[in-house]
Design a protein. Structure first.
Length: 364
């Protein structure tokens, strides 16, 4: 079964917004862009992947079309591990992070989708199986920067059945407002998005000590300052989470060896797909580090994360960006019910996109 065609597809999915408009990179955010990776084989099986695309999607698409595809077309689609190894070794001088690795991630997810479809199994069963039928979702709120709005959105998410809440805020009044809504029963996590130096963050962590955060995520810049994170972790009164910006196994290894993170957050569309995500899980187990993947996606990236987590030995909460859409190509499979994700039971990732919606939402 040979790889016959690889096609990157950029789609835009508008969000349903109320009077509260979220922010991203200092500008209003009203939609989500996704780089899908469609891989067709000569056996008639098509797989779907997703490459990270929050910024610089043009570079990721170029990497897929001009760097990755020429190296893998005609190769046996079932040789996933060898394809991964060859790409990483052959392309290390183009960068071991960024668009090249994002592109490899999207290809890898699609190849695992194909492998599980060929076996007529949901992916999690191909990866080892599970007795679970659901996994808890946590509401990952977008950034609003206004305390009243943050509190309202937090209460709304809890009313919808979410049992965990995460913010993307770094203002103390917003964090305290969410904590009021959560009380002592609903764990609250805070993703700061790398705003502080280590010294600044030590003061901020003490300021937030009474909030009893479940974890504090990505608190310092640069995010790969592992020594700084280790220093912070030794002093902070709450667990420190990081790793969404780690794009290879060795970076996670360095972070874990120096004690930088208590909760590792590999992102399946950034780190090398299913193949590399599984290695990070094994690495975390060896170092006594909890792995809770970063998954603010609405397609194959989210579905693949659910499958990998479903096959893990312990229950892992799944990140779900807290926003609504009028329609999405992946339908109800990416929507949690009462704070739970159903583990997909169809072959492969469990859900192919709606072809008509793909064409309507496609922008590149």
């Amino acid at each position: 079964m040979k790889i016959a065609h690889i096609e990157p597809i950029l789609i835009r999915t508008p969000m349903i917004l109320d009077d509260a408009v979220p922010q991203a990179a200092g500008a209003p955010k009203s939609d989500v862009h996704t780089v899908l990776v469609k891989v067709q084989t000569d056996a008639g099986i098509t797989g779907w992947g997703e490459a990270f695309s929050n910024a610089g999607w043009q570079s990721t698409i170029t990497a897929l079309k001009d760097i990755i595809a020429p190296r893998v077309l005609g190769k046996d689609a079932s040789n996933i591990v060898q394809i991964q190894a060859d790409l990483h070794r052959g392309l290390y001088n183009t960068g071991r992070s960024g668009p090249t690795v994002f592109a490899i991630s999207g290809l890898d997810i699609a190849l695992w989708d194909i492998a599980a479809k060929r076996a007529n199994l949901p992916l999690y069963r191909l990866l080892g199986g599970s007795t679970r039928t659901t996994l808890p979702a946590y509401a990952s709120l977008l950034r609003y920067g206004i305390a009243d709005v943050v509190e309202r959105k937090t209460r709304e998410a809890i009313e919808r059945g979410y049992r965990f809440i995460k913010l993307h805020e770094n203002k103390f009044d917003c964090i305290r407002a969410a904590k009021r809504a959560c009380g002592d029963k609903v764990p609250l996590m805070v993703d700061c998005s790398c705003p502080w130096t280590v010294d600044e963050l030590i003061g901020a962590a003490r300021e937030l000590a009474d909030q009893k955060l479940y974890w504090l995520e990505e608190p310092i810049y640069p995010p790969d300052d592992h020594a700084g994170l280790a220093r912070l972790r030794a002093l902070a009164p709450m667990p420190i989470a990081a790793g969404e910006n780690c794009s290879n196994l060795m970076e996670f290894k360095r972070a874990m060896e120096c004690g930088a993170i208590g909760i590792a957050q590999p992102s399946i569309t950034k780190v090398g797909g299913v193949t590399e995500m599984r290695k990070v899980f094994a690495l975390g187990e060896a170092h006594g580090v909890t792995v809770v993947p970063h998954s603010p996606y609405f397609g194959p990236g989210l579905l693949a994360s659910i499958h990998v987590c479903a096959a893990a030995a312990r229950e892992i909460p799944i990140e779900r960006y807290y926003c609504d859409f009028g329609e999405t190509p992946f339908g109800d499979q990416i929507i949690p019910k009462n704070g739970e994700f159903a583990i997909p039971q169809g072959p492969g990732l469990g859900q192919d996109p709606d072809a008509a919606l793909i064409e309507r939402m496609r922008v590149a």
